[in-house]
Design a protein around this ligand. Structure first.
Ligand SMILES: *Cc1c(COP(=O)(O)O)cnc(C)c1O
Length: 370
């Protein structure tokens, strides 16, 4: 799918409610805070009980379904969504492949909570995925770019080979959102996105969605949510719907900012190395050009030492020292502080919506002083 097609999907997503609004209806979705619905006699109403459905989630799901071009289910966090996928698609004796350099908690969930049920967890670094033999795997988990290292694999190639081998292919698309990369169009069966990050973008709610064009898979995931009660609150769903409406303008600004800042960081003598898909070389450059509509909002910055990295984070006035990423405020952290397999001086920088030149002069002032 080309960039203009995705932008027209986004416009349809923005205006998705127009088809069903009646004169006098609220134009934006109301926050419906009711656990029960008026339900006399035979239970035939659309909404019956608050764990099953809620009109505020439905509004968000409708909008996201337009943007994903696939049926979508919302969850109260990325990990709740990932849990739903694991537990509905895997059973005793199955093997699952996870990226060893991907989001840590996905691996921790599998290793601590699935392995005791007899699911084997196999790991590979993202850059080895293209050359992996996928036979005997039930589920192949793809995270490209990987978080925090920002390495890539060829999603179309991996999805084709893994599906030929009989596996279900799931892509975690958190870092890029459906505006930056479209795993379902590249052949993945399921896409999951932690909307806590860029999609909501205001660092004020945890949320996530799962989308798939496979009706069987999506029905089981919906069932899981109903039965486990891992449901979003109506206020949280409303916040994400509100965040989604400005996603395109925020993401565009943040990706442009990241491109400008990545290039300048690379030229600065105090920076040893920069990892950014838009500045990749060799095989990664070809993969990025083929499958990414945007290069994203995150930059890996390598400093000579832990001390220099910490000074950069602390002394930049327009960088918030927080974990997570994708908010309108630029933020950064040293990932080694969590035990990620990256050098001590590696900073994951999440570029926000600040005016680029102001942001850069703040960073340059600190870099020059290191
Ligand atoms: C943050 C994140 C998650 C988990 O999302 P939560 O909303 O924090 O539960 C999963 N995958 C990736 C790539 C993430 O960055």
């Amino acid at each position: 799918m080309s960039d203009p097609d995705v932008l027209s999907l986004f416009c349809r997503c923005l205006h998705h409610a127009a088809d069903r609004l009646q004169p006098g209806d609220p134009a934006e979705p109301p926050i419906v805070a009711s656990s029960v619905y008026f339900l006399p006699g035979e239970p035939t109403a659309v909404h019956q009980y608050g764990r099953w459905t809620n009109p505020t989630w439905s509004a968000l799901e409708e909008a996201l379904s337009v943007l994903e071009d696939a049926e979508t289910i919302v969850f109260p966090s990325g990990m709740a969504a990932i849990t739903a996928i694991f537990y509905t698609q895997l059973k005793t004796g199955d093997r699952v492949l996870l990226p060893s350099d991907g989001y840590y908690t996905t691996r921790a969930l599998a290793e601590k909570h699935l392995a005791p049920f007899g699911v084997s967890v196999v790991t590979r670094v993202t850059t080895d995925y293209d050359a992996t033999d996928f036979s005997d795997l039930r589920l192949v988990w793809v995270e490209s770019p990987s978080n925090p290292g920002l390495d890539l694999c060829d999603i179309r190639n991996v999805a084709m080979k893994a599906k030929q081998a009989g596996a279900l292919v799931v892509a975690d698309n958190t870092t890029l959102t459906p505006l930056g990369q479209r795993p379902l169009d590249l052949g993945a069966d399921v896409v999951v996105c932690s909307d806590t990050k860029v999609l909501n973008g205001h660092s004020d709610v945890l949320s996530a969605h799962v989308a798939s064009r496979n009706v069987g898979v999506i029905a089981r995931i919906r069932d899981w949510r109903t039965h486990t009660g891992a449901i979003p609150g109506p206020f949280e769903a409303w916040l994400v719907h509100r965040g989604l409406e400005s996603l395109e303008v925020r993401f565009d600004r943040m990706c442009r900012n990241a491109e400008t800042i990545a290039r300048r960081l690379m030229e600065h003598p105090k920076v040893q190395d920069v990892r950014f898909p838009g500045l990749a070389s060799g095989a990664a450059q070809a993969i990025a050009a083929k499958q990414m509509l945007r290069f994203g909002t995150m930059i890996g910055v390598m400093f000579a030492s832990k001390e220099q990295a910490e000074r950069f984070i602390d002394e930049c006035k327009f960088i918030r020292p927080t974990t997570s990423f994708g908010g309108v405020h630029s933020s950064a952290e040293r990932r080694a502080r969590w035990g990620d397999n990256v050098p001590d001086g590696y900073v994951r920088l999440s570029v926000g919506c600040e005016p680029a030149e102001v942001l850069w002069s703040d960073m340059k002032r600190v870099l020059d002083s290191l």
